[in-house]
Write a protein that binds this ligand. Structure first.
Ligand code: DX5
Ligand code: ZN
Length: 215
């Protein structure tokens, strides 16, 4: 099981410093939230920030694109050094083609679904992806309340993966803390994103608190 701290909650003036600190503290993936102000209300940053972080860490750079038409940005993220690119099924008419493009660019490809989206929307791309991101808040902002009803989709994905003999990871994102992570683990998630819980207080201690719940 993997921990993926979200740098959305980091100090925007010191991404490289915080990325290094998260790696040393035991992060598996660094979760990088890209928001365009269209697909979601908020605007964060783009491939240039990925490029700036790349040289300071060996962690897998897990780029979560909350942007419309994400297929337009595949090349720039690959060139910036992203390892994994997650696109939202709600953000493109061409999720299958976009995922193929991500794989062809040499990255891991992942598909994300919002709380209001059913698993049926992604069933035809499950054979293509390395990871499915189940949002456990509505995307756009850190620090929101965890939505436990989304875990039903994690359980469904575990069943489908077993039944079809697939091997994608299941990631949960939004409102994950040292309490809600237990329900996520029990539902069958493999990768746990956490932003505000990790950055609110001592980063190393908070990562340890989450890790302890995964043992
Ligand atoms: C929300 C982002 C999340 C966010 C999680 O749209 O996708 O990755 O950083 O933050 P917390 O852990 O604070 O809910
Ligand atoms: Zn995210």
């Amino acid at each position: 099981m993997k921990l993926a701290p979200s740098i959305l909650a980091a100090d925007f003036g010191h991404f490289a410093r915080d990325a290094k600190r998260l790696e040393v503290a035991g992060a598996d993936y660094l979760h990088i939230d890209i928001m365009d102000g269209h697909f979601v209300e908020n605007i964060t940053f783009g491939a240039d920030v990925v490029k700036a972080i790349r040289p300071v860490t060996k962690c897998l750079l897990d780029c979560h694109l909350m942007v419309e038409n994400p297929e337009k940005y595949v090349d720039s993220f690959a060139q910036a050094g992203a390892d994994s690119m997650t696109i939202h099924v709600e953000a493109t008419h061409h999720s299958h083609g976009a995922l193929q493009k991500i794989k062809a660019a040499g990255m891991r490809a992942a598909i994300a679904i919002n709380p209001g989206t059913d698993i049926s929307a992604i069933k035809h791309v499950l054979n293509l992806v390395d990871m499915v991101l189940v949002m456990t808040v509505n995307p756009g902002f850190g620090g929101q309340k965890f939505l436990p009803e989304c875990l039903e989709k994690v359980r469904e994905l575990v069943e489908i993966r077993d039944f079809q003999g697939l091997d994608f990871e299941i990631e949960v994102d939004g409102g994950v803390d040292d309490q809600t992570i237990v329900a996520c683990r029990e539902a069958g998630a493999d990768v746990f994103v956490a932003g505000s819980f990790i950055f609110n207080g001592n980063i190393e201690e908070n990562i340890e608190k989450l890790r302890a719940k995964l043992l």
